[in-house]
Design a protein around this ligand. Structure first.
Ligand code: SAH
Length: 287
């Protein structure tokens, strides 16, 4: 199939055979782009395919969310282009990133476009995929562990759990400047569905208020996880009603993800402010 790479057994398991297994360049000298999920930070959460493609790339175009530990998996000779922040701390505009990917691949290079977490979840990966494929360039998605999965694994709790959560929703808590948060609160306010809120730190007070206004219990557990899966990871657990005030008192470094729902009470080793303490959460956590 166009754009697909073929792996051999050695490359699949240990990467020793990676040199035998370079992605095929097409006859016109066109390169390719792979949209690769870097996971939440811990390099052990990279897929084998992601690691292989990083090792075979000519150039890695990476976001600021990609950890230094993951970048250390990129061989020293491979060119790196950061696009998360340019001089003056302005992110490179999306159109420029799209154009860069197309230009690099047109010059015959194998481009690893490395994005935090999973490239199809709130990473604008879809826009990059469209830009690249519309230019006639082969492109694939390489899945990554998304932040919610990384956060759940390191705090040792499940995202769904019999009797506590029958579903999981990933939502963005980000809004364009001056715009209202455009979320369907009525459908989100379901205590049986775990809510993973990405990019929500700036708007957590409004998110909590709207969820409660639409019927979410005000003492539902709400967990903030900062820098999940890295050695710097921190967790703060509070009631939905208290989470914004607790974070205002003890701000956490970015990136921060929220997990809202009963399962959050099962998270290990959280900072839990006194006023948010609920004895019944211990019962949830310990069965
Ligand atoms: N594609 C990414 C999400 C990009 S949006 C993924 O699948 O994870 C950026 C948001 O993701 C951040 O604002 C934060 O909410 C979340 N995030 C990404 N990595 C994180 C990490 N290591 N710890 C906590 N939150 C993280």
């Amino acid at each position: 199939m166009a754009g697909k790479t073929v792996t051999n057994g050695a490359a699949r398991c240990g990467l020793n055979g990676a040199a035998l297994d370079r992605p095929q360049q097409d006859k016109t000298g066109m390169g390719r782009v792979d949209l690769i999920g870097a996971g939440p930070g811990d390099p052990e959460l990279l897929t084998l395919r992601a690691l292989r493609l990083l090792q075979q790339a000519d150039v890695v175009v990476h976001d600021r969310l990609v950890s230094a530990e993951v970048m250390a998996c990129v061989p020293a000779h491979v060119r790196r282009i950061p696009v998360g922040k340019a001089a003056g701390f302005h992110p490179v505009p999306q159109e420029q990133i799209n154009a860069l990917l197309v230009e690099l691949a047109r010059s015959g290079l194998t481009v690893a476009r490395l994005k935090g977490g999973d490239p199809t979840i709130f990473g604008r990966g879809g826009e990059e995929f469209e830009a690249v494929t519309h230019a006639g360039i082969p492109c694939d998605y390489i899945p990554g562990i998304t932040a919610a999965q990384g956060a759940a694994a390191s705090a040792r709790f499940p995202l769904t759990h019999r009797g506590l959560a029958t579903g999981l929703r990933h939502v963005t808590g980000h809004r364009a400047r001056d715009a209202a948060l455009d979320l369907d609160w009525a459908s989100l306010a379901d205590p049986q569905t775990t809510l993973a809120v990405y990019m929500g730190a700036a708007n957590v007070a409004e998110i909590a208020r709207e969820l409660i206004r639409h019927g979410m219990p005000s003492d539902l557990p709400a967990l903030a996880v900062s820098q999940a899966s890295t050695p710097q990871e921190k967790r703060l657990l509070a009631t939905l009603q208290d989470i914004a005030a607790a974070l205002a008192r003890k701000p956490l470094p970015t990136p921060v993800l929220f997990i809202i729902g009963h399962v959050a009470a099962m998270a290990d080793d959280c900072d839990l402010p006194h006023e948010s303490y609920r004895p019944e959460w211990r019962l949830v956590a310990h069965g």
